[in-house]
Design a protein. Structure first.
Length: 285
């Protein structure tokens, strides 16, 4: 008789409480250090705390990976409970979390680690695919065989209101930062699966944020015949509910969709992108 399967994922999967409950996912938090105090993503720090601190101090928190020991403790606890574990890590091109999870899994039989090659709900798309297969009763090895290749099929991108956070974090040059502010540029960022989650600047949009978001959604979805329509994510770093509603309504125009899932990015992602970031993420055929 095959063992039960438990899904775990790094906190930057950004799946939100509904999907966490639906698929019984255990989230493993990354570390966030702000003003010399350490927090855990999704546990005791919020985006609002990060943004307020930025306004007051002009400084950003530092994020750090889950340690090998922390992973090993989670994996051992779950396998001792009779589970095989499938863990989804932040893309290996972005963090050592994947490497650390692999090292921990080598010490705990029954653990499979999948490199998402992505971030945020680019990881979440894979978590959902695995969760559906757990519900179907597949064993861990079969799920990994089916889901792992999908890490090449995630489409993850975002549009940013400001480059302030990327600039402050050393991920954007002063010249690019100044030019974006002067010209009201809203850049999009694409996640590169072929580079294990590394990111590149995509199309640059000009003008007011709402106009740019509408153009970004149009560019992502218009005329596409290669999208898997079971689910699509709208993930943002903190917009008012009324703004989220018109974004969702715009995405609905490109349906039908099995479901449109709106989630808020956690502290790891938001500390790098800042407020006013929104992405449309989906799987391709």
């Amino acid at each position: 008789m095959s063992r039960q399967v438990k899904i775990t994922a790094d906190a930057p999967c950004d799946i939100g409480p509904m999907l966490k409950e639906r698929y019984d996912v255990e989230i493993i938090p990354l570390h966030v250090t702000m003003n010399d105090q350490e927090y855990l993503d999704g546990v005791n720090i919020t985006n609002e705390m990060i943004y307020e601190n930025w306004e007051k101090t002009g400084s950003l928190p530092k994020t750090s990976a889950v340690s090998v020991g922390e992973y090993e403790e989670v994996f051992q606890r779950l396998t001792d409970q009779g589970y095989d574990v499938i863990h989804f890590s932040l893309g290996s091109g972005l963090s050592v979390t994947h490497q650390n999870a692999v090292l921990a899994a080598q010490e705990v039989p029954g653990v499979y680690v999948i490199d998402s090659k992505s971030l945020s709900t680019g990881i979440g798309l894979l978590v959902c695919e695995a969760g559906e297969r757990v519900k179907q009763g597949l064993d861990a090895a079969a799920i990994v065989k089916e889901v792992e290749p999908l890490n090449e099929k995630t489409s993850a991108s975002f549009i940013l209101d400001t480059l302030d956070f990327l600039h402050a974090g050393g991920r954007c040059s002063s010249l690019a930062h100044m030019g974006a502010n002067l010209m009201s540029i809203k850049p999009s960022i694409r996640v590169l699966n072929e580079q294990n989650g590394n990111m590149t600047v995509g199309k640059k949009y000009f003008g007011k944020l709402k106009k740019c978001i509408l153009s970004y959604i149009h560019d992502q979805l218009d005329g596409r015949t290669d999208i898997v329509r079971d689910r699509i994510f709208i993930t943002h770093s903190g917009f008012p509910a009324e703004d989220v509603e018109w974004m969702k309504a715009e995405v609905e125009k490109y349906g039908p969709w099995g479901e449109i899932i709106v989630t808020t990015a956690g502290s790891t992602i938001s500390s790098h992108c800042g407020p006013g970031c929104i992405g449309v993420l989906f799987l391709t055929k």
